[in-house]
Write a protein that binds this ligand. Structure first.
Ligand code: A3P
Ligand code: MG
Length: 246
């Protein structure tokens, strides 16, 4: 039997490959987003039923889960993160598969459109820091005003891109130093990216530094910081200042 880390990576890669085939088969625009979301969800649910029949699943495209499921083994999946970018024919989309046990993230994988899959089974440590202006990944289409404020007070370079998984993996590969989001998101947007980033040695928390909660029955979350560990103190201090300044 595959262990949970291997299963998360295999499932994410399999759904990513399906999504890539759908698009290269000519699907585009809003129909690509709708079909991609649905087909990737159906595939992941079917594979989880086959490989982990006793486990619960929380998916962006599925139903809510019971409190019992929250205290046991719960797969938190986003079959297509960055649906807008996928529909637009861009490459900044990803598949997220994470496992939470009693609310603790214990495995996860993010499959990128490039063919790379980052997983907790084979975590790659963050590359050495580079002496440069801090780079912060930010949503293209849900850009929080707070990050423009952050760029002003800290003189950071903002790098817009789609998908929470793509942004968190950009921290893991050293393309950027941080990913900052505010204004809302869901547990399926952050669970796998956070599991992989933590395994690679990154910092992940709310913008006020409090831990993320994947046991909460409310799937909506407020904000997210994923960053290189040495960047966390300066970012958290600046964010605390901005959040208390009227
Ligand atoms: N303010 C907000 N409210 C709800 N969801 C949000 C949000 N901002 C971002 N998201 C979700 O977070 C994911 C990453 O967003 P972005 O690409 O803008 O960084 C997207 O998931 P989906 O593409 O799975 O819907 C998006 O819908
Ligand atoms: Mg998403």
């Amino acid at each position: 039997m595959m262990d949970d880390h291997t299963l998360a990576s295999t499932l994410a890669s399999t759904a990513r490959d399906l999504l890539s085939r759908l698009r290269s088969g000519g699907l585009s625009g809003p129909e690509a987003g709708r079909e991609g979301d649905r087909r990737a969800h159906d595939l992941l649910v079917e594979l989880l039923e086959r490989h982990r029949p006793g486990d619960a699943v929380l998916s962006e495209e599925g139903d809510s889960v019971t409190p019992d499921a929250r205290s046991g083994r719960l797969w938190i999946i986003d079959p297509l993160d960055g649906t807008r970018e996928y529909s637009d024919g861009r490459d900044d989309w990803a598949v997220h598969v994470a496992l939470a046990e009693g609310g603790e993230l214990t495995a996860g994988a993010v499959a990128l459109s490039s063919g790379d899959t980052h997983g907790t089974g084979t975590p790659v440590p963050l590359p050495a820091p580079e002496p440069r202006r801090l780079r912060v990944a930010v949503s293209r289409s849900h850009r929080p005003p707070l990050v423009d404020e952050l760029a002003r007070v800290l003189d950071v370079q903002l790098v817009p891109m789609g998908s929470a998984g793509v942004k968190a993996m950009a921290v893991c590969t050293g393309k950027v130093d941080a990913y900052v989001h505010a204004g809302g998101q869901y547990q399926w947007d952050s669970a796998a990216p956070v599991a992989v980033a933590l395994a690679a040695g990154a910092h992940a928390s709310h913008l006020d530094g409090t831990p993320l909660d994947f046991r909460s029955p409310e799937p909506r979350t407020e904000d997210l910081l994923v960053c290189r560990p040495e960047a966390a103190p300066v970012l958290l201090a600046a964010l605390a200042e901005l959040c208390t300044t009227p």
